[in-house]
Ligand binder design. Sequence first.
Ligand code: FA5
Length: 332
Amino acid sequence: MDLKDLKNRAEKEISLAQNLEALNEISKKYLGKKGEITLVLRSLKDLPITERKKQGQLANQIKKQLEQAINNKDFKTKEDVKDRIDITAPGTRPLQGHLHPITLVKKEVEDIFAKLGFETIEGPEVEDEWHNFDALNIPKEHPARDMWDTFWLKEKGLLLRTHTSPVQVRYMEKNNPPLRIIVPGRCFRYEATDASHEINFYHIEGLMIDKEISASNFKAIMEKFFQEFFKKQIKLRIRPSYFPFTEPSFELDLECLVCGGKGCSVCSKRGRIEMAGAGMVHPNVLKAVNLNPNNWQGFAFGMGLDRLTMMKYKIDDIRLLYSSDLRFLRQF
Ligand code: FA5
């Protein structure tokens, strides 16, 4: 038998096979029990020894080649290959969002104050004049109203709150001391923006009312908070200031951690940044919520949450926090 001819025929048939069924037929025809190659191999024994060896080698070689050609046969058209799903390929991760840096810091602040016994409270962003000003000892026409550039709403007497201090009043109206709360929240001011000022920013208000509370309680709580928050000793400065709803009033400055105290655009080259306004709650505020200032005292503070975030992550412009720039946000 002409083994080369057999090989050529088989290869041609394999290449023309359109489906698995046809291929199985070909396999049977050449390699099956009664297949052509099988028969050749079986008939070798009748050949003289030298011929047997030669034919045997060739027949085995052709058998292997045909088996390989059958195994490698691919019926897929080009279209099929394109659409084929490779289940072993590594998957692409679905895009997943994450918390904004201000939210991360807000949560951390809440956790630290919770350990110090402060409950987290919220209040409305649209406020009335009584809670934002009058009850905080800032009557109409009082020059102190100019301390906060206000977005007034068309509806009379309503505004976008300029600070979270009105929530102190709202809480004291409904709850009896002793009290320990913090109030994270959004504030709005009609002012020019720069590296450390936005028209929309966040405060964390703090209020502690009890018997025999003094400024040293405030200092101790703030020192503890900053140490926990920055995980290191931070230089604080408490200096006298003025707020109509506290007496005495302070301002709390932090060494600027963006420049390490050298001076930069965030701290206006001062090396320190103003983090919070604070003071001992004014007797008039306690009276406005029907508490007797002879029995109760306390401290309050309003801390800039954005600035805290900037110090923590060394962000050199507050406007980045509101830019929605994914290149910035993906770093957190
Ligand atoms: C107040 O708003 C007072 N309500 C704080 C207070 C509360 C005093 C309780 C006494 C008792 P002030 O306007 O200074 O204070 O704002 C407090 C902090 O908010 C500032 O120290 C600063 O860290 C931050 N802050 C103020 N204005 C802006 C702004 N435009 N952008 C970003 N952060 C600001």
